[in-house]
Design a protein. Sequence first.
Length: 133
Amino acid sequence: DGLCAGRVQRAQFLIHGMNHPLTQWLDRCARTPGVLGCGVRQPDGTRTTASHNESCPREMVDEILKYLADSLPAFSRRGFIANRLQWVFERGELVLVPRSDGLLLGLVLQRGSPVAQNPELLTGEFLALELNR
């Protein structure tokens, strides 16, 4: 019920345990000061998320990523093709960044934090991340 009701799923074709580069990157990303949580939605709709912040548990990040990712086709059907989408709220920011291979990064950031002021540091790493499928 609410934002914490979602279940985190792992796609077997992409995620192979804690040693997979994407899993490791998400864990490092989630530990970045100012990052409340992060996750990746895969082309098949499964999501992998990470959070080390009590105010934004993994389940909440997963639910946010699911709903925002599900809304993206409505934008593209109307001709809005984005390299990055960002929502700013009173205490936080949400950033979505799609990759050409169909992966979609979602960041939940503390508003006003250095990473919120320059999310390109993390989004650039995500876009450059080499994944062996």
